[in-house]
Write a new protein. Structure first.
Length: 679
């Protein structure tokens, strides 16, 4: 340590203190400060002895100081000089208690409590008219190296931490900055549309001016459609420069106010035309009337629109609306106020509509069993031999048909029509039989015949129908999906005189899977679905003698509210049917054991389980549509039958060669949410 300067300081302080004590005891002690290149730690210790304060010195406090005063200083003045000396050397005295301070580097000053006595303070400025972030960028260059400026956009405030004198200077600067000198001007248009003029002005002010400086943000332009006005807010000079432009645009629109052509971007002009006509109180033109394929047809529809009803809105008496199908455009001939009103309605309706993709899963599982066991017998045909036969409807073949063919072949000529009919009947009976057949027959004395047929059948059949129809449609627009066949159904038959020239009328009916939906997206995100799901199939003919068809049909028609992306069961059917029949010959069938030869048993059972599941999803933009297309494409692409031996997928090759497009891909999954921090 440099003891010589300290001794000088101590001596000067002692002399000054003793002289003051002898002459003026009521006056506070004064000291003369004169230090040259003294160690800062020793300087802090001497000030502590002179002021009676306690200082806690941070280990990072090092260096030398030089201080000189030309007159005596009081304890308060000495402490202020001490704080200024620390600040000039990059240190700070932070209060920690009564008459206690912590001496540390000023680099941590912004984190310390803002106490004015320490020289470093923190102040919050609330901005009233200027954006806090912009004001903070302006103030940052003015704070010291240890100062901090932080903007809070939510409260539009600025937090400044710096030395007190610098904060006072920043306070005055903020007061000058935070002043609203902008002007608000309202301009009411007579001929132009406020929305259109506002769009033009926004594009004009967003480009660079003649001096190369951007004008974006100089003036805020807000259209008010209810009064067809424009509100300008900004610098008075910038607002004044825009007023002549607005007046010129409004004046030029007066010459073209009679006719206006509006090109629709998303809506259909044919559907929009009746709505606008009804809005004007005119007789709406039906789509069939307004769908002329030529320009003449469009002119006719315009003429129809020109006839207003007695309840037409004011100013719409001479309003004519026509559409041009070639460009999906509407032509409006009306006064400026009516044009603006119609243009505003068209602009709100001509938006991109959301779509809904409806996916369905139809599952039908059917199991059927059948068991039949029957014995048919016949005896007779000769002289003095009685005729007896047993024949049952639940077994086959028909023993009487077979016997008739045998007898006819023995007794009728070969070219007899009756013989041919008997033989055909016997053949049909044999063809319609299934299962195991056992027959024994022969002749007795004379021309008498005998025989019996045993038929045993067991059938087990099961079927599974699994289909996943899906369809995409616009919001509130009906769509139909059909996969099946057109089956001819006889509706009438006419025979001419003498049973010749028969005439039959048929009607073709769709058989297969049909899905008809009309979605309606609700404000809360749910979807109201008006849906009709039909599953039909051909079950066979009514009988062997009738060619009429039997159609199995499952139909569900309902309206349901389903959340976006949720899977719901739309309907279901669990049906179990079992039929048992027993045909027998009285008395003979009651004989033990032998009675089984005079019985025919049949048992049939069928169980059907049908379930229909549904999942609607809202397609809000192109990304959602591409994601759905990619998923469906990838599902089909994974079929091994589409990949050749050379590894080339035929579906990809078809899309690239024929459509000249890139095959759809499955979008990557969204990133997983970050784990919650531990509590």
């Amino acid at each position: 340590m440099l003891r010589k300067p300290l001794r000088t300081l101590a001596l000067a302080l002692a002399l000054t203190a003793s002289g003051l004590a002898s002459t003026a005891p009521a006056i506070a002690q004064t000291q003369v400060l004169n230090v040259q290149d003294a160690d800062i730690r020793a300087f802090i210790q001497d000030v502590a002895r002179s002021t009676g304060m306690t200082f806690i010195i941070d280990p990072r406090v090092k260096g030398t100081v030089s201080v000189a005063s030309d007159g005596p200083l009081t304890k308060s003045e000495l402490f202020d000089v001490f704080l200024a000396t620390l600040r000039s050397n990059g240190f700070l005295a932070v209060p920690t208690g009564p008459s206690t301070y912590r001496i540390e580097p000023a680099e941590n000053a912004a984190r310390q409590p803002g106490v004015a006595r320490s020289g470093f303070v923190t102040e919050v400025f609330r901005m009233r008219t200027v954006d806090a972030a912009a004001a903070a960028e302006m103030i940052k260059p003015l704070v010291g190296p240890q100062g901090v400026v932080t903007a809070n956009p939510r409260g539009n405030t600025i937090v400044v931490a710096d030395y007190a004198d610098n904060v006072r200077r920043i306070r005055g600067l903020v007061a000058q900055i935070d002043q609203d000198r902008s002007q608000v001007q309202t301009v009411t248009l007579k001929h132009s549309s406020a929305t259109e003029v506002a769009r033009v002005l926004n594009e004009l002010t967003s480009t660079s001016g003649a001096d190369g400086k951007g004008q974006r943000g100089a003036v805020s332009i807000v259209p008010v459609e209810s009064s067809n006005s424009i509100i300008l807010r900004g610098d008075p000079d910038a607002v004044a420069r825009l007023l002549p432009t607005i007046a010129d645009l409004d004046r030029r629109a007066e010459a073209n106010a009679d006719v206006q052509v509006i090109f629709l971007q998303h809506a259909n002009a044919e559907e929009m035309l009746p709505v606008l006509q009804q809005l004007l109180g005119q007789t709406p033109t039906t789509p069939s009337t307004a769908s002329g394929s030529t320009s003449r047809g469009s002119t006719d529809s315009a003429s129809t629109a020109a006839a207003p009803a007695s309840s037409a809105t004011p100013g719409a008496q001479r309003a004519n609306i026509a559409r041009y199908p070639g460009a999906n455009a509407l032509i409006i001939s009306a006064d400026p106020a009516t044009q603006r009103m119609l243009a505003n309605v068209i602009r709100q309706l001509d938006v991109r509509r959301e779509q809904v993709v409806v996916e369905a899963i139809v599952v039908e599982i059917s199991d059927g069993t059948a068991q039949r066991l029957g014995v048919q017998t016949i005896l007779g045909g000769g002289d003095n031999v009685p005729f007896a036969a047993t024949n049952y409807s639940n077994t086959g073949p028909n023993i009487l048909a077979l016997t008739g063919a045998i007898v006819g072949q023995q007794s009728l000529p070969e070219d007899s029509d009756l013989l041919a009919a008997l033989q055909q009947t016997a053949i049909d009976s044999l063809i319609g039989s299934n299962g195991a057949l056992a027959a024994i027959g022969g002749t007795l004395s004379g021309d008498s015949l005998f025989g019996f047929i045993i038929n045993a059948v067991r059938e087990d059949n099961s079927s599974k129908l699994l289909s996943t129809p899906h369809i995409m449609t616009l919001n509130n627009r009906e769509a139909t999906f059909l996969v099946g066949q057109e089956v001819p159904i006889t509706t009438g038959e006419t025979l001419g005189d003498g049973n010749d020239n028969p005439f039959r009328t048929i009607q073709r009916q769709d058989v297969g899977i049909r899905l008809t939906v009309r979605p309606q997206i609700n404000a809360g995100g749910g979807i109201t679905l008006h849906i009709r799901q039909e599953v039909s199939a051909i079950a066979g003919t009514v009988s062997t003698n009738s060619p009429e068809l039997i159609l199995n049909k499952r139909v569900i028609e309902t309206t349901a509210v389903i959340d976006d992306g949720e899977i719901v069961v739309l309907g279901g059917l669990l049906q179990q049917d079992e039929q048992i029949s027993l045909e027998r010959t009285p008395l003979l069938s009651d004989v033990p054991i032998l009675g089984e030869l005079f019985k025919s048993r049949a048992r049939e059972g069928k169980r059907t389980n049908l379930m229909i599941f549904l999942r609607p999803r809202i397609v809000r933009n192109g990304a959602d549509a591409r994601a759905i297309a990619g998923q469906r494409y990838e599902m089909l692409r994974q079929d091994p039958a589409l990949t050749g031996k050379d590894g080339v997928n035929s579906l990809d090759k078809l899309v690239i060669d024929q459509l000249d497009a890139v095959p759809p891909t499955v979008p990557p999954p969204p990133p997983a949410p970050a784990p919650a921090p531990p509590k």
